[in-house]
Design a protein. Structure first.
Lengths: 172, 620
């Protein structure tokens, strides 16, 4: 069979489009903003279990950095990133704080029972108003904060393995 | 128990698929009648998939939370209607629905095409079974709707409240009927190519399937648009959202195909082009599914982003494209085009096709270009409405004029082109009216005048043509509907007004000609959400309108949705949307006046009715 030129042409174009589609599957959908010099206000937030209010600064003793992870039991991507949070939590000399966002207490507890609790402290943002102070867009989002409450890193969307390695490097 | 039934019926259906593939290869060319085994297997497969779907439906109805899909997407406090629609409101269930429609359509095909060439029928079944097998493998291995959770949870996670809307509950099934209809068009075209059966008989059968898909796709797109308008409260009905575009692309292709099949049916012309359109329609539907389901396109329709699923659909898509390209280039003969004159129905239809391909191209580029850019240069951009509006709207002007002239031309060669007195009067009349409308706007008077007069001219011509007995009723209805649709959309975008203000309870504010008052707010607990109803008065020229927009605070999952308060009349919609401002007593209140909204929906329905009339005539 004589292979037609037009066939090869159409075939190549299609192959190119499909290749791009394939590559785009692995494009990182999470987004790390480049410039962040924002300082978070020292606000008070409710502690998850006791219901007492805590000032954000009280959480930091002598750690260089703390991690704040905004999550919810109804958020499916949060389930995805949970394993990476657990891996990160194995590093000892820093605090990981979970900020439970617009969630039912029972559902959140069930979520942690099911998947494990990587957090040292859990805070509760019942109506979604506290997350605004962090400049959060939704769940999940993860912030690395220094002792002066400056945001050092910010991850929008679920964390992945690459993020985990990066965070581990920063904390060690 | 339910999970087992559902799962095993799927596996049995897959086995039937393999049997069918084998039988159709074995019996190709051998029998004079359709092999009994094929007929039985196809019926059996449909029944099995039906059982599997009903099982899932039943699991949702009785809230069987041992099923992962039910657990993730349902809740006991959810009203029955949304429990049922929850079945296809998620990834797994929607694929199962897709599969169900695929298998039902091929059964219908087998029982309705007894008069057609036997080898063509068997090959169509073969190609359709390839698609069904692909879907079955996809569902069973990557998106199984019957996964168990042990231990069984007592409560589910709930359906995304934004999806709890009547229009949206029926939007996916209708749209799927349209998408899946294109699979038959695809299989039938490949089969016709291989059997060299691209004749008039085939064209009239293809036309039925094209019409079915087209009707459902039109209605499906309209329902999605209604949902966006009423539920999302963004004050518009079309946003050029990637997922909307993905449904619009096969629509352009189908519309072109619909007109093309007439040429093939009447004049045995444009064979290759018909085949190309038929194949592209399905490939576009599948690519759309891939882009949406793999999470590559981000939009209001956020589904899980799972690369594994994406790879599967991509491989499947590659196989389908490869098969269709190879078959097309191997079997398609160079066609001797019968000569047509410039002023003939064929030419008008070819021009219609050019326009459709242009519109398709614009939408295609706008939708997938950002993906290409991101992969190649790592740059993220989003293509918004201005791009689409600027590239599509100017081209509507010649398109509408040709649409007004085209249908009355004769086949082959138009004998006399009589510019009748009435036509010229109508043209002048449309330009005059348009100018009167457009001169209220300081900018772009000429552009608006041209645009409106093109649409008005088509409308006038379609109305005068209603009496013309030479034309088909379906075409007259659809073309009239299309002209009303375009006029409504244009006037809607020109005359929409909007004011927005933040108010506390008891406050009021004057904005241009409107006085907005926030009278009252009340709280109520309803099944699965808390409703906050505000009472807003809008006073315009001593005319007082009362609105009760609503905020719904859903418990599971905790989400706030805003329900617009809409007063609809034939010529204008007035609506008020409120939004919650965090940490304050203020509500953001937006009042909008949207003319001709109802006409947009009605004309879209009328468009589909035109298709329905055509379908009925073709089945006689």
């Amino acid at each position: 069979m004589r292979i037609k030129f037009s066939y090869i042409f159409v075939f190549l174009i299609t192959a190119f489009i499909l290749l791009i589609f394939f590559k785009s599957l692995f494009e990182d959908k999470s987004y790390v903003p480049k410039k962040i010099n924002n300082k978070i206000e020292n606000i008070s937030i409710e502690e998850f279990y006791s219901g007492n209010n805590l000032m954000l600064k009280e959480l930091i003793n002598d750690e260089k950095y703390i991690i704040i992870n905004i999550w919810a039991s109804w958020c499916i991507p949060c389930r995805q990133e949970h394993q990476y949070l657990k891996n990160i939590s194995k590093i000892t000399d820093f605090k990981m704080i979970g900020l439970n966002y617009k969630d039912k207490k029972e559902n959140a507890e069930k979520f942690l029972e099911e998947l494990g609790n990587p957090y040292d402290v859990i805070l509760r943002d019942k109506n979604g108003t506290k997350s605004i102070f962090f400049g959060a867009f939704g769940v999940p989002e993860t912030f690395i904060i220094d002792s002066e409450l400056n945001i050092v890193r910010k991850y929008i969307g679920p964390l992945n393995l690459e993020n985990q390695v990066e965070i581990e490097k920063l904390l060690k | 128990m339910l999970n087992l039934i559902g799962n095993y019926s799927l596996i049995l259906a897959l086995i039937t698929s393999f049997i069918l593939l084998f039988l159709s290869i074995k019996n190709f060319k051998s029998d004079s009648n359709l092999n009994f085994g094929i007929v039985v297997s196809i019926s059996l497969q449909s029944i099995l998939i039906c059982i599997s779907f009903l099982t899932l439906l039943f699991s949702f109805i009785i809230s069987d939370f041992s099923n992962l899909a039910v657990y993730n997407n349902s809740h006991t406090t959810k009203p029955m209607f949304y429990r049922i629609s929850g079945t296809w409101g998620n990834h797994e269930g929607s694929l199962l629905l897709w599969l169900l429609v695929l298998s039902l359509f091929i059964s219908i095909f087998v029982f309705r095409t007894k008069k057609l060439l036997i080898s063509f029928r068997i090959l169509t079944i073969f190609f359709q079974q390839l698609i069904i097998t692909g879907f079955l493998l996809f569902i069973i291995f990557t998106s199984n709707p019957f996964q168990l959770i042990i231990p069984t949870p007592t409560e589910g996670l709930g359906l995304n409240p934004i999806l709890q809307d009547p229009a949206l509950a029926i939007h996916p099934p209708i749209l799927y009927l349209g998408y899946v209809g294109t699979s038959i068009i695809f299989s039938s075209s490949l089969a016709a190519l291989v059997c060299r059966y691209t004749n008039k008989e085939w064209a009239s059968d293809l036309k039925k399937w094209t019409l079915i898909s087209w009707i459902f796709l039109t209605l499906g797109i309209m329902l999605g648009s209604i949902w966006a308008y009423y539920e999302l409260g963004w004050g518009g009905f079309w946003f050029w959202d990637p997922v909307e575009n993905v449904s619009l692309m096969p629509w352009f292709c189908l519309t072109a195909l619909l007109h093309c099949t007439s040429v093939l049916e009447k004049r045995s012309n444009l064979k290759s082009w018909t085949i190309i359109l038929a194949l592209s329609t399905f490939i576009l539907s599948m690519s759309g599914t891939f882009l949406v389901r793999s999470g590559i396109l981000n939009s209001v329709h956020t589904f899980a982003n799972d690369p594994e699923r994406g790879i599967f659909v991509l491989i499947f898509l590659t196989v389908l494209i490869l098969i269709s390209l190879t078959i097309y280039f191997k079997y398609n003969d160079i066609e001797k085009l019968t000569r047509s004159f410039l002023l003939s129905k064929e030419s008008a239809i070819v021009i219609n096709n050019w326009f459709m391909m242009y519109f398709l191209g614009v939408v295609l580029v706008g939708t997938i270009y950002p993906i290409f850019l991101e992969v190649i240069t790592k740059e993220k951009i989003s293509v918004g409405p201005p791009y689409f509006n600027q590239l599509i709207i100017p081209f509507l002007i010649p398109f509408l004029f040709i649409m007004a002239i085209g249908p009355k031309l004769d086949w082959i060669k138009n004998k006399k082109f009589d510019a009748k007195f009435t036509k010229i009067i109508l043209l002048i009349l449309s330009i005059l009216i348009s100018y009167l409308i457009a001169k209220n706007f300081n900018t772009q008077v000429l552009y608006s005048t041209l645009l409106i007069s093109a649409a008005l001219y088509l409308f006038f011509i379609s109305i005068t043509d209603l009496k013309n007995e030479k034309l088909k009723l379906s075409q007259k209805v659809s073309h009239t509907a299309f002209s009303i649709l375009i006029i409504s959309i244009i006037l809607n975008s020109l005359f929409s007004e909007e004011v927005s203000v933040n108010l506390k309870k008891g406050e009021e504010k004057q904005l241009s000609n409107y006085l907005l008052k926030f009278e009252n707010i009340s709280k109520m607990e309803i099944d699965n959400f808390t409703s906050l109803k505000a009472e807003i008065h809008v006073i315009h020229n001593d005319n007082k309108l009362k609105f009760y927009p609503e905020l719904r605070l859903y418990k599971v999952p905790e989400t706030i949705t805003s329900e617009a308060a809409i007063k609809t009349s034939l010529f204008s919609d007035n609506l008020v949307v409120v939004n919650y401002l965090k940490d304050t007593n203020y509500l953001n209140i937006r009042y909008q006046k949207k003319p001709f909204m109802l006409l947009i929906w009605l004309s879209a329905i009328m468009l589909a009715v035109g298709g329905l009339i055509g379908l009925k005539k073709n089945f006689k």
